[in-house]
Ligand binder design. Structure first.
Ligand code: SF4
Length: 483
């Protein structure tokens, strides 16, 4: 299950200026607004993109922004009315759908003269509902999302008709739709979507209905994208997908995530590669060995557990047991003792008795992990879980969530404390920490370190000694050496 958080993005630059943009990015306001400029407009037209949801959505928004920019659109200033507003929605939970509707209404209110375009997972699954929102002009599904920039290359600003372009059966979509440009975005550590869709149909998850079957970017294209990112000065890429572990299985000839990682390692195109979430059964011994034996891959695994109770796992259609998960974490701990292991947990699935919840809690208490992402169950229409009878009361779900989050916070603190006095290799981000004004850096094993140093270190990999935890439990370090 993907996290549903509202995230704002801004556009990247043309390839020839991307290296300079890396420096300039830290001056960008990370906001939801973009300015666009078209030669034939009398005034300077503007556009905004609002993004909700997971890394895949964020990547796609950045891709749309980059393609718009190559058509001479530019990011808008905050609070300026726009001519084109794209809302890239999420529907992973009821809350995400509600936030998506709010974002659409907000875009309409703030931009009364704009063309309003709604895309993303909520657009894919609830096109008719969105169409009813007064002020929406276009609803665009996943099969057409990669064409948004070309659709609006010659917009008619006064056009008010509803244009619905949503493939009615996304499960028939078997082609990986890549964007035409390498996506730089504004992150120091850009995302690269290498896989889309999912065939697993976990009982609670709407994603297979929203994004369709699993499909992958070709291995050659993945390497080419990484090459471009490395060539313009990025030091880390985050490989993302809806079901990353299924990478390559749909390609002809078939390949696999492990083969891709070996090819990336051999090609020496970028210094660091981070993997996003991988399902327990797909985090194979080969992948663990590949990460352990190469300095290129970040020592960081994010693994969805969801439940530690075998009966609930079965009801969720999750094909492993609690003990399998425990053994997997032990194996990683043994092979890579310094690795960060993050775990997704879903609380309040229908039928999750007190005993079943305790089984999950106790399993996690046995593990040495770095952090937890805790999600409350949210019933999604059309999923198997939505038809299950024994729903858990919301106050019980809330209480379980709080308990689990407290456990996660304890783990995070324990993980950070374990590195005080140690030296870590970190990549320094392009933006400073808003509260403290310190530089932000991230280690291979996902420890966010604050550093008091000049902007010259931005986008550099340096060795940092972790001195202490600050009052807010953020690790603080001093630069030991750069290079
Ligand atoms: S693996 Fe399960 S939880 Fe993850 S996207 Fe697919 S169906 Fe959803």
């Amino acid at each position: 299950m993907k996290r549903a958080t509202a995230v704002a993005v801004s556009g990247g630059g043309h390839s020839m200026k991307a290296a300079l943009l890396l420096k300039a990015q830290r001056h960008h306001v990370i906001g939801i607004h973009f300015i666009c400029q078209r030669k034939y407009f009398l005034k300077v037209p503007k556009y905004t993109i609002t993004t909700l949801g997971c890394k895949v959505n964020q990547y796609e928004s950045e891709a749309i922004a980059r393609e718009l920019e190559t058509s001479e659109w530019h990011p808008a200033q905050k609070n300026e009315p726009a001519d084109l507003c794209i809302v890239n929605t999420c529907t992973v939970t009821q809350k995400a759908s509600m936030q998506s509707r709010q974002a659409v209404r907000q875009a309409i209110r703030a931009n009364p003269n704009a063309r309003i375009v709604v895309a993303g997972c909520y657009a894919q699954t609830a096109a008719e509902e969105i169409k009813k929102i007064d002020g929406v002009h276009d609803v665009i599904g996943h099969a057409q999302k990669h064409k948004i920039a070309s659709i609006f290359r010659s917009p008619k600003p006064n056009e008010t008709l509803h244009q619905i372009s949503v493939c009615s059966n996304i499960r028939k979509e078997h082609q990986f739709r890549r964007f035409s440009e390498t996506v730089y975005g504004t992150r120091t550590r850009p995302f690269l979507k290498i896989q889309d869709g999912c065939d697993s149909f976990c009982a609670y998850c709407i994603v297979p209905f929203a994004r369709g079957p699993s499909r992958s970017m070709s291995l050659t294209d993945v390497l080419e994208n990484i090459k471009q990112l490395g060539a313009v000065g990025y030091h880390e890429v985050v490989l993302t997908g809806v079901h990353l572990g299924n990478y390559g299985l749909d390609l002809d000839p078939k390949t696999s995530l492990n083969e891709l990682l070996s090819a990336i390692d051999e090609s020496n195109l970028i210094k660091r590669v981070r993997l996003s979430s991988i399902e327990p059964l797909e985090l194979t011994d080969d992948i663990i060995a590949c990460v352990a034996e190469s300095r290129r891959f970040c020592r960081h695994f994010h693994i969805p557990l969801q439940s530690g109770d075998d009966q609930i796992l079965k009801k969720m259609h999750r094909p492993y047991s609690g003990s399998y998960f425990r053994d997997l974490v032990f194996k990683i701990n043994k092979r890579l003792p310094d690795a960060a292991i993050g775990v997704d947990v879903l609380v309040g699935f229908p039928g999750e008795t007190d005993k079943a919840f305790e089984n999950t809690y106790n399993l996690i208490q046995d593990l040495s992990v770095a952090y937890l992402h805790v999600f409350p169950f949210s019933s999604r229409a059309g999923t198997a879980a939505s038809k299950l009878a024994d729903k858990i009361p919301s106050d019980v779900i809330k209480e379980r969530g709080q308990r689990m989050r407290k456990l996660g916070a304890d783990y995070r603190l324990r993980f950070f404390n374990g590195f005080i006095g140690q030296t870590l290799e970190v990549l320094i981000e392009e933006t400073r920490d808003k509260k403290s004004g310190l530089l932000k850096a991230i280690s291979s094993n996902y420890i966010p370190v604050l550093i008091d140093a000049s902007d010259d270190y931005m986008n550099h990999i340096v060795q940092v000694t972790v001195e202490k935890l600050l009052k807010n439990n953020r690790p603080y370090g001093t630069i030991f050496s750069s290079g």
